[in-house]
Design a protein around this ligand. Structure first.
Ligand SMILES: Cc1cc2nc3c(=O)[nH]c(=O)nc-3n(C[C@H](O)[C@H](O)[C@H](O)COP(=O)(O)OP(=O)(O)OC[C@H]3O[C@@H](n4cnc5c(N)ncnc54)[C@H](O)[C@@H]3O)c2cc1C
Length: 642
């Protein structure tokens, strides 16, 4: 059994010792991802997403945050970065480029270990994909604010009132730095499928669960495969149990990409003795192999698993890594499973991490676009900001980049790489630059009139698919709707609510690229209208007919892949790397350049808020051997608390 642990550690160390192939993408790894409300919306076309956010960025960025109490650190941060503390110092131990959840968790951990740290964020708001934004609308002569998430809204394991699981790296970081995110727990969401509408709960295959609802949807007729489907489902859950234990056996907090891993992982190795080595091996296989092993034959179940995988990784079950699903299935289907609605939106998580950084003396600077990471004699030594190009800010121990693999290593002439490619082995650049890219998004952010009673009849989330036959990866077939106001009344004025609906990584960037520098053109506006129609239609289908959503909309903003690229600084508006399990794997944080590390969703363990927090833990622990003592103490505490 110990051999397995040794295998794990050698797996970890191979990245450190320069065997980058173990963690990069093989050359053949390309993956091709493959109404009436609208009438009302034209009235709001002036407040389209691009322009309204743009204008708020330079005039009212501090004011837009003033309403939500959870954002006070962002306000402090913004005003600091515009006043006394507006200039970073001349040197830090570590400079973190980018303030996505990956960058913030890296910085929070390093600050906790007493490194001097600066986070440099290009945008005027922190949080990357997880940042929130506010729009102001005049209603009855009063200025009303509507607060939206730009990206993630499905969370679990964050509620400070519920014991932590070591498999959730974000919760691990929050607990270590002593910060909490107030969460409203809930257990259900809606599924709008071709078979009918269902309420999803952890009881999925049990009495009253989705499989029972499916049976009664068939006009009360007995669904011939219902019993069989329930048995298949139970078999799958049974097969997932040892895999969930295998995920828990080695917390991300114990990993590091240097030889110190021999020390920090040692006390967790006995956990492997209790496991079947084959189960541990299965964690890196495509989740489809677990579905096959569970003899899942019912099309409804296979479809649902594919869709759930797609929502998580941007790939169906055949491309999604089992480890990710082992964690997700536990969070959805354990008897005690609850989901978390962070009060104040996803930005509450961002704020908690920023608080953790600042209280330990770390600094976070917005509007600080890093133009170049400086490399001298094979070492990363600092950065240059776009706004102050002659000044080098030194990093004495490391530069950690939260940027995507394409922003870092793209070799295309038209791009402006942040690193000079001459410092890198061409094989490394070649391998990284062919990383398959997930597609982009169409978004609608809508503020609408709704009473509390009306909201109580809605779910906070809906997953919609029009036609299974067309496939989950095709355009205009899948949509995710989030109505956080169902649980959180702080996001909109009394009597109003907010929603965010989007197509999950199915929108092709190519058709938008010609408008990158021409967003005010009529053609771009027409394309926006045309490509958002699907989402308006989905809203029409999901909301009850007598709700008349179209008559209640007070603010509506349409986001395109260009919006996504611009405001989330995502390369080509991409969801992230579409690395297929079994074909490639997400790389560890080290690079061929000494003192240059990576974090975020282009790194192990991959896409998703908890995952990028895991990458942040790993990057922070890989900065230098100095952190080993601190990490061992953290692990002791972790063992006591889980
Ligand atoms: C619509 C949507 C819905 C999602 N839903 C969920 C969900 O429900 N649950 C979940 O767990 N995950 C979800 N995800 C995925 C999750 O949000 C992301 O995987 C994660 O937030 C990415 O974090 P990151 O740290 O990799 O980087 P990012 O969030 O991409 O942050 C990178 C940061 O770097 C900054 N930056 C870029 N270039 C520079 C530069 N040169 N200088 C300085 N700064 C720079 C950017 O401005 C940005 O702030 C969703 C994502 C999207 C887009």
């Amino acid at each position: 059994m110990m051999l397995l642990g040794v295998f794990l550690i050698s797996f970890i160390l191979s990245s450190y010792t320069g065997n980058v192939n173990a963690f990069t993408i093989p050359k053949n790894a390309h993956h091709s991802l493959t109404g009436n409300i609208q009438r009302q919306i034209s009235a709001f076309s002036k407040t389209n997403y691009d322009e309204s956010l743009f204008s708020s960025s330079f005039s009212t960025s501090t004011i837009t945050y003033s309403r939500a109490s959870t954002s006070r650190y962002s306000v402090a941060l913004d005003s600091e970065s515009n006043s006394k503390n507006s200039k970073p110092k001349s040197s830090y131990d570590v400079i973190v480029v980018g303030s996505g959840i990956g960058g913030l968790t890296t910085a929070a951990m390093l600050s906790y270990y007493n490194y001097s740290v600066a986070v440099l964020e290009s945008h005027y708001l922190v949080g990357g994909c997880a940042h929130g934004f506010t729009t102001t609308q005049k209603i009855d002569d009063e200025k009303c604010e509507f607060r939206f998430d730009t990206g993630p809204s499905f969370f679990s394991g964050l509620n400070p009132n519920i014991p932590a699981k070591s498999s959730n790296p974000l919760r691990t970081v929050l607990d270590i730095i002593g910060e909490e995110v107030e969460c409203i727990p809930y257990t259900s969401f809606g599924l709008c499928f071709p078979e009918g509408d269902f309420i999803h709960t952890p009881n999925f295959g049990k009495d009253g669960g989705v499989l029972d609802q499916l049976q009664s949807q068939k006009n009360g007729q007995s669904h011939p495969n219902n019993l069989e489907a329930k048995q298949e489902w139970e078999r799958l859950l049974e097969n997932m149990k040892p895999l969930a234990k295998a995920v828990d056996a080695m917390p991300t907090a114990a990993l590091r990409a240097d030889l110190g891993a021999l020390l920090t992982t040692a006390s967790f190795l006995p956990n492997f003795a209790k496991l079947n080595p084959l189960d541990t091996m299965k964690l890196t296989t495509p989740f489809q192999s677990i579905l096959n092993q569970s003899s899942l034959k019912t099309p409804f179940l296979q479809n649902w698993m594919d869709l759930l995988c797609f929502c998580l990784s941007g790939l169906p079950a055949s491309g999604t890594i089992t480890a990710e699903m082992a964690m997700m299935m536990g969070e959805f289907y354990d008897a005690s499973a609850v989901m978390d609605c962070p009060k104040g939106g996803a930005n509450a998580i961002v704020d908690a991490l920023v608080r953790g950084i600042i209280k330990q003396g770390g600094e976070v600077f917005t509007k600080s676009h890093v133009e170049e990471i400086m490399i001298e004699n094979g070492k990363a030594v600092g950065i240059r900001l776009k706004k102050d190009p002659t000044n080098v800010i030194k990093a004495n121990k490391a530069v950690v980049s939260n940027l995507s693999v394409w922003d870092m290593f793209s070799k295309k002439q038209s791009d402006t790489p942040i690193l000079d490619p001459k410092h890198f082995p061409s094989k490394f650049l070649e391998e990284r630059s062919i990383t398959p890219m997930g597609k982009s998004f169409m978004h609608l952010h809508i503020g609408f009139r709704a009473t509390l009673e009306e909201l109580s009849k809605l779910q906070a989330h809906y997953i919609y698919i029009k036609d299974w036959e067309r496939g989950i990866e095709t355009e205009d077939n899948v949509a995710l709707l989030s109505i956080p106001s169902v649980h959180d009344q702080t996001l909109a004025p009394e009597g109003y609510a907010v929603l965010h609906i989007y197509t999950p990584a199915t929108e092709d960037y190519a058709k938008w690229e010609p408008f990158k520098h021409d967003r005010s053109s009529q053609k771009y506006q027409s394309l926006k209208k045309e490509r958002s129609q699907f989402l308006f239609n989905v809203l029409d289908e999901i909301f009850p007919d007598d709700f008349n959503l179209q008559d209640r909309i007070v603010t509506c903003e349409i986001g395109t892949p260009l919006t996504h690229e611009r405001f989330l600084r995502r390369y080509k508006g991409s969801y992230g790397p579409a690395i297929q399990a079994g074909v490639g794997s997400f790389p560890f944080p080290s690079t061929p350049i000494e003192n240059l590390l990576l974090c975020g969703d282009s790194c192990f363990p991959g896409i998703g808020v908890p995952a990028v927090a895991g990458s942040g833990l790993l990057a922070a622990h890989s900065v230098s051997f100095d952190s080993i003592g601190g990490q061992l103490k953290v692990l002791e505490k972790l063992k006591e608390s889980v």
